[in-house]
Design a protein. Sequence first.
Length: 331
Amino acid sequence: MHRHCWLATAAAVAFVATAGVADAQEATVLIDGSSTVFPISEAMAEEFQKSTGIRTVVGLSGTGGGFKKFCRGETNISGASRPIRTEEMELCKENGVEYIELPVAIDGLSVIVHPKNDWAECMDVADLKMMWEPDAQDKIKNWKQVREEYPDAPLNLFGAGVDSGTYDYFTLAIVGKEHSSRGDFTATEDDNVTIQGVAGDINALGFLGLAYLEENRDKVKPVAIRQADGSCIEPTLETARDATYQPLSRPLFFYVNKAHADAHEHVRKFVEFVMDPKHGTELVAEVGYVPLPEKAFELGQKKFADRKTGTFFGGGSKVGVTIEELLASEG
């Protein structure tokens, strides 16, 4: 069982250090942000604290909520399932917060249905757009409205909360505009709510990060996305790694407060721990995400050592960006 199975009960997680490290506990690494990145943050924090005795606290405010805290200087590191947005960049600038953008994993944002759903096995982006676009609100309420061959059954939708980077990326990739969708769906910052909702309703459809699909393949099943060549590709570790699962493959990030990294050894040690290929590969894979390629760790280490600040993305997500493209630009 993956480490994040108890996420539904955790608003914030503090891993208590072992006996004999009281002095080290005075230094605390503060992490907050994305529920999608949370399993990675949790696994890294747990192992880092075990090996160093440095107290590490992980919060769960969503990508947007995490950036608000981060850009006020309240946290050392923010987990994000999308790049930092323009308004967040401005907030950081107002507060004098410089940040280092580090990819930490690859995700395949997954569309899921009930295991007994035998009609929505492969869907076009156009099908999903019809379900989720703003004009669908109070109009598209039945599966048969999406496709004639679908059953005459209510369409019940679950997904990430509007403060979530997963929501932002999904709406950009599917609807065509970030933060744009119908409002009459069950929105949550806790992906286990989406799992429970879809697992309990044959007429439900939801979206969430790949790790939660991998953890719950006995409860829900993925929907394949029809690609430009007509092939139907499911979200898996392999299809996220080779970027064949489009348009929903994406990088996940840690944003590091540069001043905190300069001033505090415990923050530097944590980032170096995350960028160590051994930890970065094993722990990311353990929680169900795709580890970065080996070259990425070298570039990430160099970027952090050089304290290279700013963002590759210029204020918003870009659909279809591969890790190779992202890292090549930073190398």
